[in-house]
Design a protein around this ligand. Structure first.
Ligand code: IMP
Length: 434
């Protein structure tokens, strides 16, 4: 039962999309298990560019099944637009499967997301305003709509008849823009979605477990990153889903003993979008340079990402929460020609050296990074030459940097990504499916 999961080791945007795409090549099933269309990745297949948010990347790969697991929240209105784009680009959604247990993001969730952020004022989370938080709130509050409800019209009507008036009252109370739809008009709209994807909705846990029994190759594709996990991240500056290892099981309906390998994606420096503590952040010119050189602007929101040095206290926390068995180090080429590379190895909090990422936001705000500084490498701007040279011929300083990460996290760096293209990858493991 070869299965591997890919999870971001920082605050998302680690470059998972490219390495997921690389590992997807030999997968039969590609499963998303959490998050929603707050994520975003660009995939190029046969020269065609697909910008995906809600659709799993596997959907643009012919012959594979792309699964939206039960832990994902789905905005069908926006998914419809993405589906139309995929079809217009010559693709199809024949291989798409949506869990009947996946919760639906509705228009009112987006409006409530905006209203909640407004009420938080200066303490706002900096959400993507995609309605992610309010949808997960409804799931936990047991008043969510699920994809499977589309297939049970009487149940859907009954649910809408009390959920919609309740949401409208809530929006009025929060001074959110009034939701103009009626129960009937919303029901009709949802029946349009049923026509579009009704045949793709099924019990995806059975599908995945059957595939595992048949020895098929499965990739579990994480969205966001470990530090945005609702439990283990920098709460409340997090997303509302379980982005760490446990989320694979709850979000796709597989047991822990069915996951063979977990690849942690570590960007060679650190970024985060939105608010929240970031101990190794560079607020001056160096941060702006990293942002520019690394193209650190969001695919979903276009927002500039905050940038800083690599923080191994963050990555150790992620590795512990996710059980990384391999690391994929990305964007190390962005550090070419940086003379000195500080790596955060501990936090100084009120004079005490702390090695484990604390839960307390106020402690994190007081934390000062303790750096170990590495010598940078020069004259290696030609990444394809770097890839051709192979790992052993990479600049010694770069290998030192990589090997320090491996040693600190006690996990091998099996993938090194040196550029945005799939070919710009050094694979030190190669056989991922045994
Ligand atoms: P939400 O997921 O829209 O509720 O946003 C909560 C926090 O997660 C905000 O700080 C967002 O910027 C961050 N976030 C959500 N999705 C992503 C992502 O795909 N990459 C990076 N940050 C994200």
């Amino acid at each position: 039962m070869p299965s591997l999961a890919i999870i971001g080791a920082q605050w998302g945007d680690e470059g998972k999309g490219k390495l997921t795409d690389y590992l997807d090549e030999n997968a039969d099933l590609i499963v998303r298990f959490q998050g929603g269309n707050n994520a975003g990745h660009t995939i190029i297949v046969d020269g065609k560019v697909f910008k995906l948010h809600g659709l799993p990347s596997g959907v643009v790969r012919p012959g594979k099944l792309a699964v939206i697991g039960n832990g994902v929240v789905v905005n069908l209105e926006e998914l419809e637009t993405e589906i139309n784009e995929v079809i217009a680009n010559g693709g199809s959604i024949d291989g798409l499967r949506i869990s009947d247990r996946a919760h639906l993001i509705m228009g009112y969730h987006k409006k409530l997301d905006g209203a909640e952020e407004k009420y938080r004022g200066k303490n706002n989370v900096g959400t993507t305003k995609k309605g992610i938080g309010p949808t997960y709130q409804d799931k936990i509050a047991r008043i969510g709509l699920r994809a499977g409800d589309l297939l049970e019209e009487d149940l859907l009507k009954e649910k809408l008849s009390f959920i919609l008036p309740y949401k409208k009252d809530l929006m009025a109370m929060m001074e959110a823009e009034e939701c103009s739809c009626t129960t009937e008009s919303l029901f009709d709209k949802m029946m349009g979605w049923k026509d579009l994807i009704g045949k793709n909705i099924c019990d995806t846990s059975v599908l995945i477990n059957d595939a595992l029994d048949q020895g098929k190759n499965i990739v579990f594709e994480g969205a966001q990153g470990a530090m945005l996990d609702i439990d283990h991240g920098t709460y409340p500056y997090v997303t509302s889903s379980a982005t760490c290892g446990g989320g694979i099981c709850t979000g796709s309906g597989v047991a822990p003993n069915r996951i063979d390998k977990v690849v942690g994606i570590v960007k060679a420096y650190t970024t985060r979008v939105g608010e929240g503590p970031f101990v190794s952040e560079l607020t001056g010119e160096q941060g702006a340079e990293l942002q520019k050189k690394g193209g650190e602007f969001g695919v979903t929101t276009g927002r500039g990402r905050r940038c800083g040095w690599l923080d191994l206290v963050v990555c150790e926390h992620a590795s512990r929460m996710c059980g990384f068995t391999s690391l994929g180090i990305t964007k190390i080429d962005i550090l070419n020609d940086v003379p000195e590379l500080p790596v955060c190895v501990a936090y100084d909090i009120d004079g005490e050296e702390v090695k484990h990422f604390p839960a307390s936001i106020s402690k994190l705000q007081r934390a000062r990074p303790v750096y170990q500084t590495f010598k940078g490498w020069k004259g290696w701007d030609d990444t394809s030459a770097m890839v051709k040279a192979g790992y052993d011929n990479l600049p010694g300083e770069m290998r030192e940097y990589i090997e320090f990460i491996e040693k600190y996290l006690k996990v091998p760096a099996d993938l090194i990504s040196l550029g945005p293209d799939r070919d710009e990858t050094i694979d030190r493991k190669k056989d991922w499916w045994n």
